[in-house]
Ligand binder design. Sequence first.
Ligand SMILES: Nc1ncnc2c1ncn2[C@@H]1O[C@H](COP(=O)(O)OP(=O)(O)OP(=O)(O)O)[C@@H](O)[C@H]1O
Length: 252
Amino acid sequence: MSTAELLSVRNLHKKYGAVTALRNVSFTVRKGEVTALLGDNGAGKSTTIKAIAGAAPADSGSIILEGQEVSLRRPADANALGIQTVYQDLALCDNLGICANLFLGRERVLRPFGILRDVDMEAEALRVLKTLRVNLPSLDTHVSSLSGGQRQAVAIARAVLWGTKLVIMDEPTAALGVAQTAEVLRLVRDLAAQGFGVILITHNMHNVFEVADSVVVLRLGETVLEARKSDLTPEIVVGCITGSRTTVGGAA
Ligand SMILES: Nc1ncnc2c1ncn2[C@@H]1O[C@H](COP(=O)(O)OP(=O)(O)OP(=O)(O)O)[C@@H](O)[C@H]1O
């Protein structure tokens, strides 16, 4: 095992009734790197991240975290092991403030024998937002009044609050304008620079070539490419997504 290897997914298989969603998905995510997970509609990206997030376990195959095979039957299993997922809906509570959203459902984690005091939550929230270099209005601002990029930043900050090792992001820039996309991509790069492993699902080739270190392409439920970005061109990646290329493997 390379010292930098964080997560290894091996031979995931998953069926939904008669539909085979994953037939042989394998790839590796390294610490301090962004791994882009690509594929056409129905290729198996969501099914793969649900397996890693514990939301919908695969039928067979293994997931190895820091060299140890792990059992991820529920999202809580993944969270306890330091795997957090930021889904497209962000799962924010619009009628609550930034700070309350950051700690949603976790109010007792810092103080198991008592309610977490507002002052402690605010100090921790400010620390994380500062670490991520995220600029937001005051912590009691309702998230409903934030821009799409700011909402994404709150969801990402929440994901990295608690002993997180791996952050999975599902199309984080899908609904954003140019400036907000640039800010979220900066955040993605910063997460990797701070040592987190990041899986980035995106259809946007520009995003891939801007922030990814390695690229994994799924097609029809199989891994058809795993390579370092530096060994790739957009044409190769698109060819693997569409099936006009049949390159398998790589130097990742
Ligand atoms: N709950 C489900 N029930 C039945 N089939 C499903 C279910 N979820 C996914 N599938 C099927 O599994 C396959 C993989 O779907 P998945 O959602 O993982 O692909 P994807 O790469 O995330 O696609 P997209 O980019 O469109 O979200 C598809 O054929 C899809 O129709």
